[in-house]
Write a protein that binds this ligand. Structure first.
Ligand code: MTE
Length: 310
């Protein structure tokens, strides 16, 4: 039985570094991601992973909540808009431009991007800046595997990402609610961290359009807005790239956006979160530093003032 249907999932079942690095890879992608719902990729868990403790129990959020309540402003500003509108998006064919400071720049068909990549399951906490959260079984591969394949030049210090701009299929783009296309960025060491995924599915199914089909970023220790959806461009650059929410509201959204219960959003606390799919009002649980991935990522920010670099 897949792990995510088991009622006895605990904190130890979320994917930390030492587990996924040893885990058997359960699929080599060959073009389009097939369905693989019955694979129990998390069997044989290493229970030493107690980095994140507290009351933050983990039970994967129901599929309906993950796919029915989310942000994807290209389809509207309400949480129910993406599920209703995203069927308009055509994801075949799909190309990803990889450019900037790389050895092998190009406009790559998605099939070529996925070819030979190890698609694995990662059960990650997902924390939105708006203080709701989910636990999501993603299917994806490490961004660093793609970056290694295209060859990052030594001068590159950051990775910039861009979402598709296609207003005829993304009705939200007809309105200037954000500066289109949606943009995000990571420092190169964040992008190369093995927790950083390019996800192509969830719950063993191809990525639903509203969750960022056909390929999106997942950075589990950062607030959800860093996890840019429906990516069409990945650029290796020298300078810190602009990111959409920071361009819109720089006092509220920084470049780093690391989950940090000790630094409040200017308009609300970040100390707790409401877990979606757990009853009418959702259970409130304490938010963990770096969303529970402190052991894995704190070293990236050593010596940095996290109030300044929020
Ligand atoms: N990517 C694009 N292109 N457009 C968006 O509006 N919203 C972000 C992020 N990525 C967004 C995006 C925000 S605010 C969140 S919380 C997450 O996507 C939601 O991801 P989910 O659908 O997996 O919950």
């Amino acid at each position: 039985m897949p792990k995510w249907f088991r009622p006895d999932l605990t904190e130890n079942d979320v994917t930390p570094e030492e587990i996924y690095l040893n885990r058997r890879k359960f699929m080599k992608a060959a073009g389009v991601l097939p369905l693989f719902p019955a694979l129990a990729a998390c069997d044989g868990q290493d229970t030493s992973a107690k980095a994140a403790t507290g009351e933050n129990t983990l039970k994967p959020t129901p599929y309906e909540d993950i796919t029915g309540y989310n942000n994807f402003y290209e389809f509207g500003v309400n949480k129910s808009d993406p599920a209703r509108e995203a069927h308009r998006l055509t994801t075949k064919p799909w190309h990803v431009t990889i450019d900037g400071l790389v050895e092998k720049p190009g406009v790559y068909p998605l099939e070529d991007v996925l070819k030979g990549m190890d698609i694995e399951e990662r059960i990650y906490r997902f924390r939105c800046v708006e203080a709701w959260s989910m636990v999501i079984p993603w299917n994806g591969f490490m961004l660093r595997d793609l970056l290694k394949r295209v060859g990052v030049k030594p001068e590159a210090k950051y990775v910039a990402f861009e979402t598709l701009h296609r207003p005829e299929e993304m009705p939200g783009q007809k309105y200037p609610v954000l500066k289109w296309p949606y943009r995000e960025g990571l420092r190169l060491d964040e992008a190369m961290h093995p927790l950083t995924l390019l996800a192509t599915g969830l719950y063993g199914k191809p990525m639903p359009n509203q969750n960022g089909a056909p390929i999106r970023l997942v950075v589990p220790w950062k607030y959800g807005f860093k996890s840019i959806k429906s990516i069409v461009r990945i650029s290796l650059v020298k300078e810190q790239p602009p990111n959409t929410w920071n361009m819109m509201q720089p006092d509220e959204y920084g470049f780093y956006a690391n989950v940090n219960p000790n630094v409040s959003h200017p308009r609300w606390s970040q100390a707790t979160e409401r877990r979606l799919g757990e009853g009418l009002f959702g259970k409130r649980v304490p938010t963990l530093m770096f969303n529970g991935y402190e052991k894995e990522v704190a070293h990236l920010y050593k010596g940095m003032d996290l109030r300044k670099f929020y």
